[in-house]
Write a protein that binds this ligand. Structure first.
Ligand code: AR6
Length: 174
């Protein structure tokens, strides 16, 4: 049985097999979680991202997809980069947000990562409301870890919430 755990903290300080990055399509860094991961993880991560841009993802990583690199100096083995959708009040993009969690877990499973730490994808710069972001995240993770193919694949899925407000939103959604 997989444990779903909520913690308040900084994702760059988490020991896990894989930590998920809330990246953008360029894979070349940014602010928020992305900036923190590249700063703490060091240049090896960016080097692998550049190589991905020069090969498989010439046009960038599409929204809702996920790809892994080394975790550099982070206390993890891999960083799984995923690109969340920008929040839109006019259009329902929640399937794309759910896809970030599902695809990240698929990549994790292929790597053999048994503990995976996620941030609250899209709820910062990309403007997704926290309560909805939390519900979508938890639903997607429960669905994906409940699939037959995922049976026994994971020990722990951890949501690392940066501040009290995000932690409370996830606690409520849980
Ligand atoms: N650890 C855990 N959570 C964090 C951390 C941290 N160190 N820092 C911020 N958060 P964001 P997005 C929270 O903006 O909305 C970047 O520029 C934050 O409070 O990192 O998906 C990328 O390059 C929020 O709840 O990601 C993209 O261009 C959540 O993490 C764009 O931002 C996500 O906030 C992606 O925007």
């Amino acid at each position: 049985m997989v444990t779903i755990r909520l913690v308040q903290g900084d994702i760059t300080e988490q020991s896990a097999d894989a930590v998920v990055n809330a990246a953008n399509s360029s894979l070349l860094g940014g602010g928020g979680v992305d900036g923190a991961i590249h700063r703490a993880g060091g240049p090896e991560i960016l080097a692998e991202c550049r190589a991905l841009r020069a090969s498989r993802y010439g046009k960038g990583l599409p929204t809702g997809q996920a790809v892994a690199t080394t975790a550099g100096r982070l206390p993890a083995r891999w960083v799984i980069h995923t690109v969340g959708p920008v929040w839109s009040a006019a259009e329902d993009r929640s399937e794309l947000l759910a896809s970030c969690y599902r695809q990240s877990l698929r990549v994790a499973r292929e790597l053999g990562a048994r503990t995976v730490a996620f941030p609250a994808v899209s709820t910062g710069v990309y403007g997704w409301p926290l309560d909805d972001g939390a519900r979508t995240a938890l639903r997607a993770v429960r669905e994906e870890t409940g699939r037959e193919e995922a049976a026994g694949a994971f020990d722990e899925i951890r949501f690392v919430l940066f501040d009290r407000r995000a932690y409370d939103a996830f606690t409520e959604a849980m």
